[in-house]
Design a protein around this ligand. Structure first.
Ligand code: ATP
Ligand code: MG
Length: 335
C-alpha cells in the first residue's frame, strides 16, 4: 500500500531584490521587489510504501526540509502533486495531522515552560489520544528512551538529547502511520543516537510505521534505512538500496600488502586502467583495484611477483566516500 506518492513536485521561492543602503531597505519594507525565483525542489517524483524506512539525504540546501514541509502541508508546492495517507497534505493539513508525526531536530513542538510530562499531556488533549493509548505509548517511550529521569523537568532545562527524546515521544503519542524525521540525531552523543535508532527500529517493526528520515549522519542511514534517496539542488540523484549504491558507485577496493621487506620498486609498474599502486611505505604497499575486473587473490598474486608477502588486508569502499563523490558531482546524476 502506497503511503506517500509524489509526482513532479516543485517549489520555488521568490528572490527578493536587495536594494542597497538604508533608503533601499526602507523602500523594500513597503514594496516587494522580486528579481526572480529560486527553485528549491525541481519536480521530484517517488512512492513510499507502508512500512518502508527511507533515508532522504543530500548536502545543505539540497531541498530536503522543503520537501518534508510540503509533505506535512506546512508549505504549498508551486506545482506538482502529492498524496500522503490518501490525502493532499496542503489541502487537508488538519486531518493529515492525525496520521503523521513530525520531528524537526532543529525545533521543538514542546512548550518551553512546561514540564515534559505536562507538554505530553497537553498534546494528548489536542490530539484526543485515548487514555490507554497515551499510557501505553508513554510507557514504551519511557522504557526505550529512558524518559523517567526528566519527565518532570521543564523543557527549557532539558539537554538536547533529552529534548529530542521528548519530541520523538510527542510525535508518536497519537500512533501516526507516517513519521517524518528531519535530522532527529543532530548534535546527539553516541548513546542518545543509539537509543533513538533502536527506538525507531522497534517502532517500525512493531507498528509498520512508515518513516522518511533526513540526516547528515550516514550511520543513521546504514542502521535504519534499506532505501535511500539522494537529493541535490532540488533533484533526486539516486533512489535505491544502500547496498546497490555501494556496488555500483563504491569505487575501488583497496588491498594493503605487507612484504617481508621493501618490495621491488618495479611494483609501481602494476598500475594500469583497473589497478593502481597508491603508495609504497617501507614494506607496505597499498593497491586500489576495480571490483568488477579484478579479484583480491588476483591482485595479491600479481603483487607477489615483487617480494615476499607476509600479510594483507582488504578494505571495502566507504559509503561516506561514495556520497561525498556524489555530492561533488563526480558520479553521474539521474541513476
Ligand atoms: N522560505 C524560504 N524562502 C526562500 N528560500 C528558501 C526558503 N526555505 C528554503 N529556502 C532555500 O531553498 C533551498 C533548500 O532549502 P532546504 O531547507 O530544503 O534544504 P535542506 O536540504 O533541508 O538543507 P539542510 O541540510 O541544510 O537542512 C535552500 O537554498 C534554501 O535557502
Ligand atoms: Mg534541512
Amino acid at each position: 500500500m502506497t503511503m506517500i506518492s509524489v509526482r513532479d513536485l516543485r517549489k520555488t521561492f521568490p528572490i527578493k531584490k536587495h536594494a542597497g543602503g538604508f533608503v533601499g531597505s526602507l523602500a523594500s519594507l513597503f514594496r516587494s521587489e522580486y528579481e526572480g525565483e529560486f527553485e528549491a525542489v525541481k519536480g521530484i517524483s517517488f512512492n513510499i510504501e507502508r512500512g518502508e524506512m527511507v533515508g532522504y539525504i543530500g548536502p545543505n540546501g539540497a531541498g530536503k526540509s522543503t520537501t518534508i514541509k510540503m509533505l506535512t502541508g506546512i508549505l504549498v508546492p508551486t506545482s506538482g502533486e502529492a498524496t500522503v495517507a490518501g490525502m493532499v497534505p496542503w489541502e487537508t493539513r488538519k486531518q493529515l495531522a492525525l496520521k503523521i508525526g513530525v520531528v524537526f531536530g532543529q525545533r521543538t513542538q514542546l512548550w518551553w515552560d512546561l514540564a515534559l510530562i505536562e507538554s505530553l499531556e497537553l498534546l494528548k488533549y489536542m490530539y484526543r489520544v485515548p487514555d490507554d493509548r497515551f499510557q501505553h505509548n508513554l510507557n514504551t517511550a519511557t522504557e526505550l528512551l529512558g524518559l523517567e529521569e526528566f519527565l518532570r523537568t521543564p523543557v527549557r532545562q532539558l539537554s538536547l538529547g533529552q529534548r529530542m527524546r521528548g519530541d520523538l515521544t510527542a510525535a508518536l503519542l497519537h500512533d501516526p502511520e507516517i513519521l517524518y524525521l528531519d535530522e532527529p540525531t543532530i548534535g546527539l552523543d553516541i548513546v542518545a543516537k543509539a537509543a533513538i535508532r533502536d527506538f525507531l527500529s522497534e517502532l517500525n517493526r512493531a507498528r509498520q510505521t512508515t518513516v522518511l528520515l533526513t540526516t547528515h549522519d550516514l550511520d543513521d542511514i546504514e542502521q535504519l534505512c534499506p532505501r535511500i534517496m539522494v537529493i541535490d539542488h532540488g533533484d533526486v540523484m539516486y533512489d535505491g538500496g544502500l547496498s546497490d549504491l555501494k556496488q555500483r558507485w563504491g569505487g575501488r577496493r583497496q588491498l594493503i600488502v605487507d612484504f617481508a621487506s621493501e618490495p621491488d620498486v618495479a611494483i609501481s609498474e602494476l598500475t594500469n586502467g583497473n589497478l593502481e599502486v597508491i603508495s609504497i611505505d617501507g614494506p607496505r604497499a597499498t593497491i586500489a583495484f576495480d571490483r568488477d575486473s579484478l579479484s583480491a587473490p588476483e591482485v595479491l598474486s600479481r603483487a607477489g611477483a615483487y617480494g615476499d608477502i607476509r600479510d594483507m588486508s582488504l578494505q571495502e569502499p566507504d559509503i561516506e566516500d561514495v556520497i561525498k563523490r556524489m555530492y561533488a558531482g563526480k558520479i553521474p546524476a539521474g541513476v
